[in-house]
Design a binder for this molecule. Structure first.
Ligand code: HEM
Length: 89
């Protein structure tokens, strides 16, 4: 998993703020399952799509990535985040 394309995209674009599935800016808003369920809109209904939306448009201090990553890359990194949230990072 660590050498998947999703992992590489995460390391290059997300890990600066979300190292280890955490959040260096807003400590409670991690990428762990419980936090995603609590804070990320629609996560419980459609997890991958909810992550994709956050990555495309950003939120507050998190930048938008829709002009920086391709749709395929955004899907890959969202799947990587979901898989790690399920596994416990
Ligand atoms: C929140 C994913 C890049 C800062 C989140 C959340 C997700 C996410 C799924 C919701 C977590 C929650 O509410 O518990 C990603 C991915 C990234 C990325 C996949 C790379 C493509 C970044 C970067 C920064 C950042 C580079 C810092 C410059 C934040 C902040 C929040 C957040 C501050 C909380 C936003 C709020 O609700 O006010 N991120 N992120 N993220 N992320 Fe990112």
């Amino acid at each position: 998993a660590e050498t998947s394309n999703g992992a590489k995209i995460f390391e290059a674009n997300c890990a600066s703020c979300h190292i280890g599935g955490g959040n260096i800016l807003i400590a409670e808003k991690t990428l762990k399952k419980e936090a995603l369920s609590k804070y990320l809109k629609n996560y419980d209904n459609d997890s991958i799509q909810a992550i994709i939306h956050q990555v495309e448009y950003g939120k507050n201090a998190m930048p938008a990535f829709k002009d920086k990553l391709t749709p395929e890359e955004i899907l890959q990194v969202a799947a990587y985040v979901f898989q790690n949230a399920e596994q416990g990072w």
